[in-house]
Design a protein around this ligand. Structure first.
Ligand SMILES: NC(=O)c1ccc[n+]([C@@H]2O[C@H](COP(=O)([O-])OP(=O)(O)OC[C@H]3O[C@@H](n4cnc5c(N)ncnc54)[C@H](O)[C@@H]3O)[C@@H](O)[C@H]2O)c1
Length: 256
């Protein structure tokens, strides 16, 4: 896979869920393109590891322990970003959880609230506190992480599917509200990507993994870096006329 380096020198990128998987790959990609990066996650160990990887690339990183479903945590995240780096240019609101597989009738209220709180409210809270900073400096770009489960139904994961459909609605709304303020807001919809989330979901079952692999016409799962590439492009000036859109990176899954 070809790595494209954008010229993000002097820019600051904030990535939630950056201790692992797609978030970590995107945080590193931002750093390789010259940005300083704020690494936000509930996981201290993985978060500090990502920050060390960024330091090793010669960029500055700040790890902030943050639960994106908690208002005060998100306020502090944005405040500490600006305190440390003086600005915010890009945000990838990526933190998310898989829900406990259960049908619509069997999904528990606890599972519903937890999934919606992190995957949907978390994205809204992040935008709520990121956008005022982008406005202060005259613009920026936000990418929210949805999923192919934001575009089509998936049996057995109702809360996750609803949360990811909701992310697309939030993305379109924020894009309209700030379209005249030089803030672009888009979403990515990954297909099945090789991350710890997928390992937890398939629970080591080769059969379950094979089923997921077979779901994509390209016959393979995607790599976190393939999502990072899309996020960086959406943040770059190459995407200067693009807002309120969803970009699907899924090996052809939803084209079927
Ligand atoms: N892997 C896939 O196949 C796939 C497909 C479509 C969408 N996605 C989405 O991509 C995003 C990243 O997932 P991933 O596959 O890299 O999974 P992952 O589990 O490897 O990474 C998710 C990260 O989010 C963090 N996180 C969880 N809850 C949090 C909270 N409340 N506050 C802050 N951080 C929190 C986790 O600690 C973890 O580091 C998620 O939003 C997920 O729904 C993943």
């Amino acid at each position: 896979m070809r790595e494209i380096n954008y010229q993000f020198d002097g820019k600051v990128a904030l990535v939630t869920g950056a201790a692992s998987g797609i978030g970590r790959a995107t945080a590193i990609a931002f750093a390789k393109s010259g940005a300083n990066v704020v690494v936000a996650d509930v996981l201290e160990k993985g978060g500090t590891e990502t920050a060390s990887m960024i330091d090793a690339l010669g960029r500055k990183a700040l790890f902030v322990r943050c639960d994106v479903s908690d208002t005060q945590n998100v306020k502090d995240l944005v405040r500490r970003t600006v305190e440390k780096f003086g600005r915010l240019d890009f945000a990838f609101n990526n933190a998310g959880i898989e829900d406990t597989p259960a049908s619509t009738t069997e999904c528990t209220e606890d599972n519903w609230h937890k999934t919606i709180d992190i995957n949907l409210k978390g994205v809204w809270l992040c935008m709520k506190y990121e956008i005022p900073e982008l406005l202060k400096q005259g613009g920026g770009a936000i990418v929210n992480c949805s999923s192919i489960a934001g575009l089509i139904g998936f049996s057995g994961i109702p809360a996750y599917t609803a949360s990811k459909h909701g992310v697309i609605g939030l993305t379109k709304t924020a894009a309209l509200e700030y379209s005249k303020s030089s803030i672009r807001v888009n979403a990515v919809c990954p297909g099945v990507i090789q991350t710890p989330m997928i390992d937890r979901f398939t629970q080591g079952s080769a059969e379950a993994k094979a089923q997921l692999t077979a779901g994509a016409p390209m016959g393979r799962v995607g790599l976190p870096e393939e999502i990072a590439n899309a996020v960086l492009w959406l943040c770059s000036d190459s995407a200067s006329y693009m807002t309120g859109q969803t970009m699907t990176i899924d090996g052809g899954w939803v084209a079927q």
